[in-house]
Design a protein around this ligand. Structure first.
Ligand code: NDP
Length: 393
């Protein structure tokens, strides 16, 4: 008997129960609406995590099941452990191309054999009611195929950043999920992080006046040549695709507006033998309506991690900015005193909440599509040596 057929104490099947939840009011397991919860301010308006903390866990049998696809360092180092502490979802399935991981992680996380798949049997997830959400954590160029196959299997999808390695792929992913009637979100964990939520509020709500200019960067030293991250086919590009996307995102959610144009450059490589397929370092400037500029940089040959925005009345600064913890932020008024939290568990629970309550994700596929357009325009500008105007129509 599948879980779907099991009756809970009220006599609903699991899926009926969840549907009931989405329209119910005031029941013990009803999740209060989160609309607008990511809007925070310096005067103790609630952060997402504060609301999350107050909620009761769903009983284990009612949590949405997540299957992780691609059991690499992020999936097994961050997501699987985070799923041991989520309130509305849990780890229910694994998809891997490495047989030894089936055994190792199946045992470690107590996943039944029937919920463990490889890339050939992946589509059979369609018949597995234990799995409600598929989380694609594969190398970048594989995101599109596995997101589309997940949608065709009728499962909701979380896809890691960068969403895709081409605009056509990103659009196909959004279309496939719309067609299948499933939700798609991108693994933009910082949208659920209190320091970054505060920066969104300061920028978008013009708490210290309008933003006048921004500067953001994320870089680390990559030295291992045996990595898909420097394989153009798998990664779609270099540091911009991997970590530069965070700097682009920071500019976008501080400004809250679409850019008009971008101009970019890739300086000469210091290790051309290592970075023979992708850029080593890249710099860009986005220009927004009103003339505000957001400069950004990303590299595999240096190390930095910051986001800075000037406003007409002051500034805000986050450094380190994009890690899983240890984030520190300040404004001209002093330290932004909010805690570091488990970003991945908040991100996954927020998506489960959207599925359960029929709400839109704060980080939907459309946002990933927008960002893919920006990333591709940065590359196009660097390649052509000219400004690229965006067509957002
Ligand atoms: P890893 O290389 O550690 O893991 C990728 C996994 O994908 C592999 O372990 C493997 O899993 C599977 N895979 C399938 N085909 C291939 C292939 N041809 N080459 C390599 N791996 C393959 O990468 P990460 O976990 O660091 O990154 C995965 C994704 O997650 C990327 O898109 C990355 O951008 C994103 N990411 C996001 C982060 C965030 O903070 N949001 C942080 C880190 C990464 P298996 O053996 O099970 O088949």
């Amino acid at each position: 008997m599948s879980k779907d057929d099991e009756m809970n104490s009220k006599g609903y099947s699991r899926k009926e129960f969840l549907k009931h939840l989405s329209i119910g009011i005031g029941g013990a397991f009803v999740l209060p609406g989160l609309a607008g919860a990511y809007r925070v301010d310096s005067n103790n308006h609630p952060y997402y995590y504060q609301q999350w903390e107050k909620r009761e866990d769903l009983p284990d049998s009612e949590k949405l099941g997540i299957a992780l696809v691609g059991l690499g360092s992020y999936a097994m180092g961050q997501l699987a452990p985070a799923l041991q502490n989520t309130k509305f979802c849990k780890l229910s399935g694994l998809v891997t191309g490495t047989p030894s991981k089936e055994e190792q992680y199946g045992r470690e996380y107590n996943i039944p054999d029937a919920n463990i798949y490889n890339y050939n049997s992946y589509d059979q997830i369609a018949d597995n009611d234990d799995i409600d959400i598929i989380y694609v954590v594969l190398p970048n160029s594989m995101h599109a195929e596995y997101t589309i196959r997940a949608a065709e299997a009728g499962k909701h999808v979380i896809c890691e950043k960068p969403m895709a390695t081409s605009v056509a792929d990103a659009r196909a992913m959004v279309d496939a999920c719309n067609k299948a009637g499933v939700k798609l979100s991108i693994g933009y964990r910082l949208h659920f992080e209190p320091h970054h939520q505060e920066i969104m509020h300061i920028g978008q709500d013009e708490i210290y006046g309008p933003v006048t200019d921004m500067n953001s960067g994320f870089a680390f030293r990559l030295t291992d040549p045996n990595r898909w991250r420097i394989d153009k086919e798998l990664a779609g590009g270099g540091p911009l695709m991997d970590v530069g996307v965070y700097a682009v995102q920071a500019a976008m959610y501080t400004m809250g507006k679409l850019p008009l144009s971008v101009i970019a450059e890739t300086p000469e490589k210091t290790k051309p033998e290592l970075f023979d397929e992708v850029e080593e370092t890249i710099r860009w400037t986005l220009e927004f309506p009103g003339g505000q500029k957001a400069t950004g940089e990303s590299s595999y040959a240096q190390s930095y991690n910051y986001h800075h925005a000037n406003t007409t009345q002051g500034f805000c600064h986050i450094e380190p900015s994009y890690g899983y913890g240890g984030i520190e932020a300040k404004t001209h008024n002093g330290v932004i005193n909010v805690p570091n939290v488990g970003q991945q568990k908040l991100q996954m629970d927020a998506f489960a909440d959207c599925v359960i309550n029929g709400k839109e994700s704060q980080v939907p596929g459309e946002m990933g599509l927008r960002d893919t357009k920006i990333l591709m325009a940065i590359y196009e500008s660097a390649e052509k040596g000219q400004k690229i105007e965006f067509d957002w129509s």
